[in-house]
Design a binder for this molecule. Structure first.
Ligand code: MEV
Length: 438
């Protein structure tokens, strides 16, 4: 059981490591060395990373990869992808290459509305609250004018504030349901600052409201927070081509491929067990771009999965159809992304990723990210309905197993050659390494 410690956050980095080594690793020097090996030799850069969060003791590397050949709305991109899972970047690149000669990806932002709510309880007469809200609403806008000034200049701000009666769900429960346009910022700080001010103004105005007495005594603020459910911050992306341009194998004509593909997507539309894995594959691509560009992948994940269940049953984020011999595959999902603020101007690799994408605005990044999702899903379904997923996965996994067994460069060369014509399984890789070494 871990020891209790107080004031840990105030210890220096070295003392934190010392405490850890003492209490968790029996003062093992190798453990200490591992943590220190991952420190950056550039002290300034290390300090920057240390200060992103609290109690930082080392850095945790993830691969920073790129997937070239993405033709999106007739413009070519190389996508930055930060992900540890083997095959994801290879699959994205393969899908990009396939679609670049078939018109590329089309993408379009449908809407960009963000949401935040002040949740409160009110125990008085509803009509009186409605009346009070009419006079309160303009005062709420005025109360945040300092916070919204810059956002307004950039073309954003608060778009509306509604009073919502939620008493059928919970007795006495009401909301200020607020919508925002945050332009190129993800906007979390902006939204939360506005909401917290709305809550304060709601209370102070209630005290002064002369419409009826004791209003403030009947109001209790529960919390003020943005919502990561953003069904009105939507982006669409699609690919389409003549059926005859789709892949074919000796066992599957292009027509059969198209039909099998559509059926595979249909299964994800109706079967939640499949839909979750199907969407997980989509998020492989989306999260990789979201992380590389310094956005909040947890927010994106939560919002995407909530959107996938918006009609009461969890379903696919992509759809496929065949019409007049044309195959069309599309994705629609909410993506509340930013290209300014947060990590975007702090993390050197995030800056580089945005530069690689030619400094997109938030809308452009929404389009690019949705494309990463549909490309990933195309590659996954393509494998699933033809060779199966393991062939590609195990080829990539081979390198992980070789590294795990500390294969030398010459061993790697020989074994990669061997597995060009033999199916990769963990046990066969181990047998072959042992054979080489004996
Ligand atoms: C693995 O990370 C993702 C897949 O399972 C997605 C899918 O099944 O569609 C391959």
């Amino acid at each position: 059981m871990a020891a209790v410690v107080s004031g840990f956050s105030k210890l220096s980095k070295n003392d934190k490591i010392k405490w850890l080594a003492e209490h968790h690793f029996e003062n093992d020097q190798n453990t200490i060395d591992t943590l220190i090996t991952y420190w950056n030799s550039d002290n300034q850069l290390q300090q920057l990373h240390d200060e992103f969060t609290e109690n930082t003791i080392s850095n945790y590397y993830l691969p920073f990869s790129v997937a070239p050949n993405f033709l999106i709305n007739n413009k070519r991109y190389t996508l930055p992808m930060t992900i540890e899972e083997s095959s994801v970047v290879a699959a994205a690149s393969k899908a990009a290459k396939f679609w670049q000669t078939r018109g590329g990806f089309k993408a379009e932002v449908i809407s960009t509305q963000k949401v935040g709510q002040v949740h409160f309880m009110y125990t008085g007469d509803v009509e009186q609250l409605l009346h009070f809200f009419t006079s309160l609403k303009p005062k709420l806008f005025t109360a945040v004018s300092e916070i919204t000034e810059n956002m307004n200049k950039r073309g954003g701000g608060i778009t509306d504030i509604e009073l919502k009666n939620k008493t059928t769900e919970i007795d006495n429960y009401y909301q200020l349901h607020c919508t925002f346009e945050t332009v190129d910022a993800m906007g979390a700080n902006f939204i939360n600052s506005c909401l917290e001010q709305f809550a304060k103004t709601l209370i102070t105005e209630a005290k002064e409201y002369s419409g009826f007495s004791n209003l403030e005594k009947n109001i209790e603020i529960i919390m003020s927070i943005l919502s990561n459910y953003v069904p009105q911050c939507l982006v669409k992306a699609s690919v389409s081509c003549a059926i005859k341009e789709l892949p074919s194998t000796p066992l599957l004509s292009s027509q059969q491929y198209a039909e099998k593909f559509v059926r595979a997507v249909r299964i994800a539309e109706v079967e939640p067990y499949r839909a979750v894995t199907h969407n997980k594959g989509i998020m492989n691509g989306i999260d990789a771009v979201v992380l590389a560009t310094g956005n909040d992948f947890r927010a994106i994940e939560a919002g995407a999965h909530a959107y996938a269940s918006r009609n009461g049953q969890y379903t696919s984020l992509t759809h496929a159809k065949i019409q007049d011999d044309i195959f069309t595959f599309s994705i629609e999902l909410p993506l509340a992304l930013g290209t300014v603020g947060g990590l975007t101007s702090l993390h050197p690799l995030v800056k580089l990723a945005l530069l690689l994408l030619e400094k997109p605005n938030a809308k452009k990044l929404m389009e690019i990210t949705a494309v990463a999702g549909i490309a990933q899903n195309f590659a996954a379904i393509n494998s699933l309905i033809t060779t199966g997923i393991q062939q590609g996965h195990m080829k990539m996994h081979l390198m992980n197993i070789l590294n795990q067994y500390k294969a030398t460069e010459s061993e790697k060369k020989l074994l990669i050659k061997y597995f060009e014509t033999n199916a990769v399984t963990h046990s066969l890789v181990v047998t072959q390494i042992e054979k080489l070494r004996s």
